[in-house]
Write a protein that binds this ligand. Structure first.
Ligand SMILES: *Cc1c(COP(=O)(O)O)cnc(C)c1O
Length: 417
């Protein structure tokens, strides 16, 4: 295998590192939780603030990026990133809010089909959303929410997913990439298995968007939700996104609001709701302009680099990382699937002292990510992590493990972990 130095020499994306803000000497491995700020994202945010300063209310229709159509413009540019038609994508809401919107729209429970399949490893917010949504429909989550079980507490088996697709199931909602182990699920196969049984397939792309290419339309996925503050680098609380296949666009939004209107008619102030044609119909209220602005800049970098090149480098970065961990730190158990086609953009290491190892890493200038109770997530990001950074990070981790430096910290998590 090539050395880190050689890999950096040949890295076609190396030029992007200087576009991101990062303290000197720090190695940032947490881009799967909150991506770093780029100069482009900063500039777009400042532009939109300036348009408020200069135009006041007229900023809705004037200036470089009129606010009234900003979400629609962004959506057309996000569409290729998720492999959808522009009309199928909307930049709006948050993951959790968009799960509510999608369920309220496409979930039409009957006495025969009323259950929603989730998995026992999913992020809590997705589970809270499904449970509360079922209750709103007068259904009991104890019987109407089915969880795919994990055999090893880290990954899901395709057969175990299919086994849950029973005759009374209406919808499945699974992650594309599992937030702890980094397992990438086969969306196309799962969708086909669901459709063969009359079940709709929805996915949460939180940990895959910006890390790898998607083909949502071609894979025939019914709906998807995601955020832009992880690998898409749009900043804390950056507005999220949803995809809904065009065959569902006739459905009125389950939770409607005036920004879901046909834009020509929105200001008619008519009490009759004229819904927008495509995914725009599933917006609710006024878009969060300043939480969308950074995405305009961030997208320039994605369009310049290309999703395939990003995925290619990401796989090489994580391959180097796990190779070095395997060689030098076998006591850190690598729980991410081995095959490239089964893994996303981060590597998950399991260790009983994970919480305090992460604190020691932070003191050593590495920003890792801890997930209770025992997982260290490390996400080298194609845009701003070099192969030498990976090597240097493993060196610092080696010092911590061999010198037992983590024992200087308590083994519990901080409030935000
Ligand atoms: C990050 C993440 C969330 C967060 O949801 P928000 O509504 O954006 O706060 C939800 N689900 C998954 C799987 C996540 O990774």
């Amino acid at each position: 295998m090539a050395t880190a130095f050689e890999l950096d020499q040949k890295d076609a994306l190396a030029r992007f590192k200087k576009e991101f803000y990062q303290p000197e000497g720090q190695i940032y491995m947490d881009g799967n939780s909150l991506g770093l700020l780029s100069k482009q994202a900063e500039a777009k945010l400042m532009n939109l603030l300036a348009s408020w300063k200069v135009h006041g209310i007229d900023g809705w229709t004037e200036g470089e990026e009129p606010w009234f159509t900003l979400a629609e413009e962004l959506s057309a540019r996000i569409a290729p990133i998720v492999g959808a038609k522009p009309s199928e994508v909307m930049v709006t809401g948050s993951i959790t809010a968009n799960i509510h919107q999608m369920l309220s729209t496409v979930f039409q429970p009957t006495t025969k089909r009323f259950a929603i399949v989730v998995d026992e490893l999913n992020f809590p917010s997705d589970i809270y959303a499904v449970e509360s949504h079922l209750r709103l429909r007068g259904l009991d989550p104890a019987t109407a929410m089915r969880k795919v079980k994990s055999r090893d507490n880290y990954t899901l088996h395709y057969e175990d997913i299919v086994a849950q697709l029973q005759g009374d199931v209406a919808i499945l909602l699974l992650p594309s990439v599992l937030y702890r182990s980094g397992q990438l699920l086969p969306l196309r196969e799962i969708t086909a298995a669901a459709h063969a049984r009359g079940i709709l397939a929805g996915f949460d792309l939180a940990h895959s968007i910006g890390a790898l290419p998607h083909q949502l339309h071609e894979a025939d996925v019914d709906f998807a939700v995601w955020c832009h503050y992880k690998y898409m680098n749009s900043g804390p609380g950056g507005t999220g996104g949803l995809y809904i296949h065009e065959r569902h666009h006739h459905l009125p939004p389950g939770t409607a609001g005036w920004f879901g209107s046909d834009k020509e008619k929105q200001f008619d102030m008519d009490h009759h709701f004229s819904k927008a044609e495509g995914a725009g119909a599933y917006q609710i209220g006024t878009p969060n302009i300043f939480s969308m602005a950074p995405l305009l800049g961030s997208l320039e970098l994605f369009e310049d680099a290309g999703m395939d090149a990003i995925r290619e480098k990401s796989l090489k970065l994580t391959a180097l990382l796990r190779q070095l961990i395997g060689e030098h730190l076998p006591e850190l158990l690598d729980v991410t699937p081995v095959e490239d086609e089964n893994r996303g953009g981060h590597i998950a290491l399991s260790h009983p002292e994970a919480a305090r190892i992460c604190k020691a890493l932070k003191q050593a200038g590495v920003v890792p990510d801890f997930r209770a109770p025992n997982i260290i997530r490390l996400a080298p990001v194609a845009f701003y992590t070099s192969f030498s950074d990976v090597e240097e990070m493993v060196g610092r981790l080696k010092n911590i493990m061999h010198g037992e430096l983590y024992k200087n910290f308590t083994n519990d998590r901080n409030v935000v972990a």
